[in-house]
Design a protein around this ligand. Structure first.
Ligand SMILES: [Zn+2]
Length: 704
């Protein structure tokens, strides 16, 4: 070892400290003493002679070198003692950091801000149950990385595993939901439950036989299914099955006389009251925090269909008794549920279900006029839900991460239903802003560099898939075995984030112009190319603009720290800039129109932020605009006001409570797919929400 008196070493926290030979010597002497092995200056200098010190050397590296040196000199017992000593210190440090986290979490303003790893967690309160959920997250991340890199090494070699970790650590890519072992989200078919209850997924309830057992059993089934997923659980058949049980109880024409008294108890309930009591039971139960999900509610999605959509999906569906779903009853029930849910949201803040209305279009019009009108009416009554439009009943948006290309993938009725039993197994996100800036700054072709990264992502996802199949083979994934979801109909999702910011860096204007369109198509075209290239009989890939959950905030922060151009605190999850007040409504529909979303096979929803509610006629006009522009997935977002003093909920965006006059109001808005109180978002997300531009468009929508 050379003269090292001028060197600095890097401590574990990254800080520099003056190198001290005494410290190393003391540690070595201690290790010798601990196993009662004699040591003198001669031995000590032999051991020190192997060490290679240099400016900035890390503490861990010095310790590794000491270990090796002890072994080289044949002091195996001493080396073992030294290793054990290091390990116990490591454990102490882990524990100290957990205790620090615990203290910080207790002090954080809310659960999302306190969460270090997964701030999109749908948790309203901060308590011992949510804390228990937070503590093991860092271990899960380590475990998931190890499982994945071991598999990558086996399939593609060590170099690719290293490249994956490098891209993760330098924030070119981000692995979503690394804190959970479960696959991501699923749109399930409930058919296995209808036939055999929950036994096949480890439960003990039998198949539902009447409306009451349907509602109770449904809640249990959704809780069980959700505990085996890290993301959303969509039940597109919910209302269809419920209608089946209502008809079984009150006859096929029940909806023609909903005011008929059918409950002869002292309550004297009508059919309508029985049904809305069922809605209440299911919706309130599912919005409860659940122990199996660390005090999160389950992420529950449902769909409504127009007549044509319904027919294309369920025309060949048969219930176990041989009967077919009845459109007339379902038509009434869908509308009744939506109206009830809209009213119920005036009483209390209900996040779930996230609802999607699926409409078939023809020549820029809703083919089912009745449902086009009804959709516009519900928006005008202040209800908040997604609309999915297609001019070809080829796809069904039944799950937040999903557009299910039925034609493309061979529509399967294996389980008696189509457009269901699918989902996304895993999401791996590319940070487009960093990727493109890095390439440009280093005189590289950015599409080529993006291609290199995308290729790594596809290999990583393929490795993830192999691990998932191994878990399935070992009987760990009963949802697949029992037929709720189908492995070969599940996607591996490539997420993108930072699209708008990358374009801004290149000097492109974020308006519906040719240059921006070409940029988006070029970038997403690269990912689409790899999605097709890596597709096999068993593997399907899709691409999604991920909702700006915590990832958008993290990317912006990391990129800014590393000197990249970062125009805002949270990367957009839209094709437009949320705070831009110069774009009008039509521009935004154009920016989420066909040319832009063409390659987003995993879907991307336009969140049209409005300051005030429009009329039914105006919404009808906007549905036409959406159909014309090919914007297939959208919602209107008008913040609801909640008074913190008297509890009044108002569908309007107000700055003062109309009941008690208090200015202490909170808002319920749709920032990450589902409605939530702004004060429950993480601190960074709240800042984004405050800057968001809400358009006041009344005057300019010309109703034809
Ligand atoms: Zn009030």
């Amino acid at each position: 070892m050379e003269n090292t008196s001028q060197f600095s070493i890097t401590k574990r926290d990254g800080k520099l400290e003056k190198f001290s030979l005494d410290k190393i010597m003391n540690a070595i002497i201690k290790a010798f003493d601990s196993v009662k092995e004699p040591i003198d200056l001669g031995v000590l200098s032999k051991i020190l002679a192997h060490l290679d010190m240099y400016e900035g050397v890390k503490v861990e590296d010095i310790q590794n070198q000491v270990e090796e040196s002890l072994m080289k000199e044949g002091y195996y017992k001493v080396a073992k003692s030294f290793i054990l000593y290091r390990q116990s210190h490591q454990e102490d440090r882990d524990l100290t950091s957990k205790m620090q986290f615990l203290a910080d979490y207790c002090e954080a303003s809310n659960a999302a801000t306190g969460s270090k790893f997964d701030a999109n967690a749908n948790v309203e309160h901060k308590n011992i149950a949510t804390l228990i959920g937070e503590l093991p997250k860092s271990n899960f991340i380590r475990l998931n990385r190890r499982l994945l890199t071991d598999r990558i090494k086996k399939m593609y070699g060590k170099e690719l595993a290293d490249r994956y970790l490098e891209l993760l650590n330098t924030h070119f890519i981000y692995k979503n939901d690394e804190t959970s072992l479960a696959n991501y989200c699923a749109s399930i078919t409930m058919y296995p439950w209808l036939i055999g209850g929950t036994a096949s997924i480890g439960g003990n309830s039998t198949a539902p036989t009447n409306l009451k057992s349907f509602c109770g059993g449904f809640i249990n089934m959704v809780f069980m299914v959700s505990s085996m997923l890290s993301g959303a659980c969509a039940t597109p058949e919910f209302l269809m099955y419920m209608n089946y049980f209502i008809e079984m109880e009150y006859g096929k024409d029940y909806w023609q006389h909903p005011d008929k008294v059918v409950d002869l108890s002292t309550k004297q309930r009508t059919i309508d009251k029985v049904i809305t009591d069922c809605f209440e039971q299911v919706v309130y139960s599912i919005n409860q925090p659940t122990g199996a999900r660390n005090y999160q509610a389950v992420f529950w999605n449902i769909s409504y269909y127009d007549k044509y959509y319904f027919k294309s999906l369920f025309d060949n569906f048969y219930f176990p008794d041989g009967s077919q779903p009845d459109w007339d009853g379902l038509n009434w029930l869908q509308k009744r549920f939506m109206k009830w849910f809209n009213q119920e949201r005036l009483k209390t803040m209900l996040t779930f279900p996230v609802e999607t209305m699926a409409l078939l279009t023809e020549n820029d019009e809703c083919k089912d006029k009745e449902y086009g009108e009804f959709t516009a009416q519900m928006y005008s009554e202040g209800h908040s839900f997604f609309t999915y439009m297609s001019d070809n009943a080829d796809s069904l948006s039944s799950c937040c991460r999903l557009r299910n290309e039925i034609q493309d993938n061979g529509f399967s009725y294996t389980l008696g239903a189509g457009g269901v039993s699918t989902g996304s197994k895993s999401v791996l996100t590319i940070n487009l802003n960093r990727t493109i800036q890095y390439a440009v700054n280093n005189n590289m072709d950015y599409l080529k560099f993006l291609g290199e990264i995308t290729d790594v992502c596809h290999k990583v996802q393929t490795a993830y898939d192999a691990n998932l199949r191994e878990l399935k083979d070992k009987g760990m994934l009963p949802l697949f075995d029992a037929g709720y979801i189908n492995m070969s109909r599940q996607y591996l999702t490539i997420g993108v984030n930072g699209m708008v910011e990358a374009a801004e860096f290149l000097g492109i204007k974020i308006t519906p112009n040719e240059e921006y369109r070409n940029f988006v198509r070029g970038v997403l075209g690269v990912i689409e190319k790899f999605n097709k290239q890596y597709r096999t009989k068993d593997l399907m890939f899709n691409c999604e603009m991920i909702p700006a959950e915590n990832v958008g905030v993290k990317h912006a922060k990391w990129d800014r720290e590393d000197g990249y151009f970062v125009p805002r605190e949270c990367y957009n999850s839209y094709f437009y800039v949320v705070e831009d007040d110069s774009l009008n409504i039509i521009d935004k529909f154009k920016l989420h129109g066909a040319p832009f979303i063409e390659h987003l096979t995993g879907g991307s929803a336009l969140h049209m932020n409005l300051e005030e509610h429009l009329s039914k006629e105006q919404y009808l006009q906007l549905l036409k605009v959406a159909a014309h522009e090919g914007c297939n997935y959208f919602t209107f977002n008008i913040p609801n006001t909640i008074c913190n003093d008297c509890g009044h909920i108002d569908k309007r965006y107000l700055h003062e409570c109309p009941v008690c006059g208090s200015k202490n109001v909170d808002y319920m808005t749709r920032i990450i797919g589902y409605l939530k109180r702004v004060s429950n978002f993480s601190a960074a997300r709240q800042a984004e929400a405050a800057r968001r531009f809400y358009y006041a468009p009344k005057k300019e929508i010309v109703v034809k």
